[in-house]
Design a protein around this ligand. Structure first.
Ligand SMILES: Cc1ncc(C[n+]2csc(CCOP(=O)(O)OP(=O)(O)O)c2C)c(N)n1
Length: 635
């Protein structure tokens, strides 16, 4: 049977559909999302939750003339399907396919690129101001989740929105979830007395009751509506927005297209900032995702009938080794505390939070606050460990500098998803941390070569009494044996893994491929000592200078951007030590946006897999030395 979805080429096609057809279309879209995410992996819960909301938005507004800004963007699948990317949807998150986040380069309907949370209100306000300055008339709509609304950037935007009072529509997707249950006083305020999920349930039950007993008639319906209005006004948080200068509509049943359309039509007529609170269910329509929203926030491929993952990966991940080491260490040292910014599950701290709840802090999507909160704890004698993905710590650059490093406070930063990150595209790559942490005063920058070294590094980091960062990738460990007793690694001391004539100085997860590449290169008479750098700061000066002799070759390797990274640190050391006449090359990642794909696919594209390393190093040895000058500056 032909699907209604097949007749949708652009959002305008929605306007021809009846209410019933729109409901059928919502089911078809859910089925497509479910089928695709089950194959490719992706953000399931958030996308199933906003199907009706997105249909209503595109029915009422005129994209791309009207600008829709998706906060985080992990809920944009229906939007992509409706805006000309239905036929490419099978390639979601795949190499050469479409991104799982909004992308201006992909479509004129994607008004703003997102991936990091809490930016939509600021961007939308900027667009609204620009529109008015240009004398244009279109609408600007920001769609933000209740989790993302707790982020500092969003609150700063609300502050200015209430002040400027520009014409701007905010759609609050209220599902009481971030990745985990929403935390904090702000989210408690939203849900107080009556939960949103309960609201949906009551509304659905009332509707079916009235359908079943039609003889109750209009007076009952009318009385019911009046009562509902009263309840809504009393229980829901319109007041806070009103007091900020933002008009409030809601709550609106976020799975009832007609109610949503009515609310958006009303919003369209308002000449100022207006917020519509839409109550939705994460994972709507797929029971495993509805009942296990954390598991299906970002899922790998799974069996639709059971919700079970298709691929069982064996062996612990770096994140889980970190989580286990944290429990072990915290039991020995009661000053150790764990902090996460809404990523308890992803950073491997879930078990810690259950076993040591009083020593675990989920601060919400608030990386900046997480860091300064840790400073406050550190200055008072505690040993906070802040576990944040590399890409999200970028938010807290100034807090790391101003609130931790300048005071030389013992805060440990554990950067998960450092290096190449699969599936999520450019916004989620963790490639900058070495460069943005290396120049911070007092900061020690480390990376383990395997999961056993990770537990020693965590133990060491807590012993150093300085700011320390430890980075590792989104990956399984190498399967090495785990030591029972933890050791403090001497700061700035590297490890010679394999001897040789020239130096291949490898950082973190690049040590293993460096070793493989060096063995391969021996066949071509290229003799490389492989050194596990362990530290990008302080560097192992003695080890580097042992190889940095005139006529010698030094190659550095890291899964991070080369500019300003660990290799740059080595180059700076050679400069300072006035070591010239050395062939020098930094291998790593170029500055820029990375292609979509699995980690291994991206590594192959940028030449950081073993064959790529062999090729790059061979090429380097084959390039003739320039006459005169400083060969060290080559490469
Ligand atoms: C700055 C930043 N920190 C953390 C994340 C990881 N993250 C992605 S989605 C999400 C939850 C967002 O919750 P909400 O806005 O309520 O949307 P929902 O998933 O409930 O639809 C988090 C924490 C992020 N994308 N950006």
């Amino acid at each position: 049977m032909a699907r209604i979805l097949d007749s949708i080429r652009e959002p305008a096609d929605l306007r021809k559909l009846t209410e019933e057809e729109l409901s059928i279309l919502a089911m078809e879209i859910r089925a497509l999302i479910l089928e695709t995410v089950a194959k490719n992996g992706g953000h399931l819960g958030s996308n199933l939750g906003v199907v009706e909301l997105t249909l209503a938005l595109h029915k009422v507004f005129d994209s791309p003339r009207d600008k829709i800004v998706w906060d985080v963007g992990h809920q944009c699948y229906t939007h992509k399907i409706l805006t000309g990317r239905k036929d490419r949807f099978g390639g979601l998150r795949r190499c050469g396919g479409i991104l799982g986040f909004p992308c201006r380069e992909e479509s004129e309907h994607d008004a703003f690129n997102t991936g990091h949370a809490s930016t939509a209100l600021s961007a939308a306000l900027g667009m609204a101001v620009a529109r008015d300055k240009a004398g244009e008339k279109h609408h600007v709509i920001a769609v933000v989740g209740d989790g993302s609304l707790t982020g500092g950037v969003a609150l700063e935007a609300l502050n200015q929105i209430g002040h400027l009072r520009e014409r701007l529509i905010i759609v609050l997707n209220f599902n009481e979830m971030s990745i985990s249950i929403n935390v904090g006083a702000w989210s408690k305020y939203f849900s107080y007395l009556v939960s949103g999920q309960r609201y949906i349930q009551i509304k659905d039950q009332a509707k079916s009751l009235l359908k079943r007993v039609p003889q109750l008639g209009w007076p009952v319906i009318k009385a019911g509506r009046a009562l509902e209005e009263l309840v809504k006004k009393t229980l829901f948080p319109g007041l806070v927005f009103k007091e900020l200068g933002i008009r409030y509509i809601g709550p609106v049943h976020g799975h009832n297209i007609q109610s949503l359309v009515e609310a958006f039509e009303t919003a369209k007529t308002y000449d100022g900032p207006i917020l519509i609170q839409c109550v939705t269910q994460k994972g709507k329509g797929y029971e495993p995702a509805r009942t296990h929203p954390e598991k299906f926030h970002g899922a790998g491929p799974f069996q639709v009938s059971t919700g079970e993952p298709l691929k069982r990966e064996w062996g612990p991940s770096f994140s889980s080794v970190f989580g286990a080491a944290m429990i072990k260490i915290a039991k020995k040292d009661e000053k150790v505390l764990a902090i996460t910014a809404a990523m308890g599950e992803g950073t491997g701290l879930k078990e810690f939070s259950e076993k040591l709840p009083g020593r675990f802090f989920d601060v919400g999507i608030a990386e900046q606050h997480a860091v300064t909160f840790a400073s406050g704890l550190a200055v008072s004698g505690f040993k906070p460990v802040v576990a944040i993905y590399s890409t999200f710590l970028q938010r807290a650059y100034d807090q790391v500098y101003h609130d931790v490093c300048l005071m030389d406070l013992p805060v440990v930063f554990v950067l998960d998803r450092a290096g190449i990150v699969p599936d999520d595209g450019p916004t989620h790559q963790g490639v900058n941390d070495i460069a943005y942490l290396r120049h911070m005063p007092n900061m020690i920058v480390m990376a383990p070569k395997d999961e056993n070294e990770l537990q020693h590094m965590l133990w060491s980091a807590l012993a150093y009494g300085h700011p320390v960062s430890v980075r590792f990738p989104k990956a399984k460990g190498l399967g090495v044996p785990m030591d029972e007793t933890l050791q403090v690694l001497p700061p700035g001391r590297s490890e010679l893994v394999k001897d040789g004539r020239d130096l291949l100085f490898a950082f973190g997860n690049m040590v293993a491929p460096a070793l493989e590449a060096a063995r391969e290169l021996e066949k071509d008479d290229i003799s490389l000592a492989v050194v596990n750098a362990r530290f990008a700061k302080p560097l192992d000066r003695d080890m580097i200078l042992r190889f940095a002799q005139p006529g010698g070759t030094v190659i550095t390797l890291e899964e991070g951007i080369v500019d300003g990274g660990a290799g740059s640190a080595v180059r700076e050391l050679l400069d300072k030590e006035e070591r010239f006449g050395i062939r020098f090359k930094s291998l790593g990642l170029p500055i820029g946006a990375y292609p979509l794909g699995k980690s291994d696919e991206i590594r192959t594209m940028v030449g950081l897999d073993v064959p790529g390393l062999v090729r790059q190093i061979k090429d380097f040895y084959q390039t003739p030395l320039s006459c005169g000058g400083d060969e060290r500056t080559r490469g």
